[in-house]
Design a protein around this ligand. Sequence first.
Ligand code: PLP
Length: 316
Amino acid sequence: MVNLDEVKAAKQQISDLIHRTPVLTSGLLNERTGNEIYLKAEHLQKTGSFKIRGATNAVKRSIEEGAQFITAASSGNHGQAVAYIADQLGVPATIVVPEDANRAKVAAIEAYNGKIVYCGLTSADRIPKAKQLAEENGGVYIPPYDHPLVIAGQGTIGLELLEQVPDIEIIVVPVGGGGLISGILTAVKEIHPAIRVVGVEPETANDTYLSLANKQITAISGTTTIADGLRTSQPGQLTFPILQELLDDLVLVSEDEIKEAFQFTLERTKQLIEPSGATALAAELSGKLETRGKKIGVILSGGNVDLKQMDQFLPE
Ligand SMILES: *Cc1c(COP(=O)(O)O)cnc(C)c1O
C-alpha cells in the first residue's frame, strides 16, 4: 500500500512542474450550505485537472529509470496530462484513444505534442495497445489511477489542502477509479486521522459504492453520466483496499444535482469546471452530507469542457 512518505516524496518530485492551486471561498456557498466551504481549484491546475500530479510523478520517475518513450490509454484528462508532462520532460508520448474520441480532446493532446493512435472503442481494447507500444519502443505505460506513483502524486492535493486550511474537518472528493481519493486518504489519514474523507459518485456510475457494499471489487456495465471522468466501470486493485480501510463515507448524486452544482459554480463563483469537477460540490449543495458549521474542503477536480456541449450540463 502507498504511504505518507511516498506522497511527501511525490510533492518534492512534482512541485516545480505543477501549480500549487488556490483555495476559493464563496460567501453565498457558505450561507446556502451552513458550512465553511473551501474549494480546492484543480481546474486551474496545469492541463486543467489534477491528473497532472500523478502523471508527473510517474513519468518523471520512469524517465529517471531510463524510459525513452511514454504511453497512456485515455482520451480524457489523463491523456492530456501524460502528453503534456512527457513533452515538458523531453520524451515522446503516444496516447491511445478510442476511434470515436471527441475532436476537442484529441486536439488538446496534439497541442501538447502527444501522438494519437486510434484503437477500438473500449478501454479493454486500448490498454493492451498502449502497453504493447510501450514494450516495443523501450517505453513505459502510465495507467490513470491504479499505480502507486500515480496515487502518491494525487495525494499531494491532501498535503496542500492541510497547509492551506490546517483546521479542515471534512474533505469531499469525486471518485472514478479511485486514484484521487486514495491518494488524499493516504496523506490525510496518517497526519490527522480525525478528518473525515467522503467520496462522491454519480448514481449511474456507482461501481465503488457497490464494491464497498459487496466487500469486493464489483463492475458495472456502461454508464452515460455527464461526469465523463467518473465513468470507470470498477475501482482499481490498488485503490479499492485503501478505500475499504480508510474511507469514512461514500455519497451518490443524481445527474440533476451535478448540473445544479455546475451552474452554481459558473454563475456564482465565475469558475468554469467540468461535470466531474462539480460532483463533490453537488453532494454538499444537495444537502446529502448533512453537515452544519463544519470546515469542508471540496475538490474541484478539473475544468476541461467542450463549450459546444455546455447546454447538456445545465439543469432543464
Ligand atoms: C480522473 C478524474 C476524476 C476521478 O479520479 P480517479 O482517480 O479516477 O478517481 C475526477 N475528476 C476529474 C476531472 C478527473 O479527470
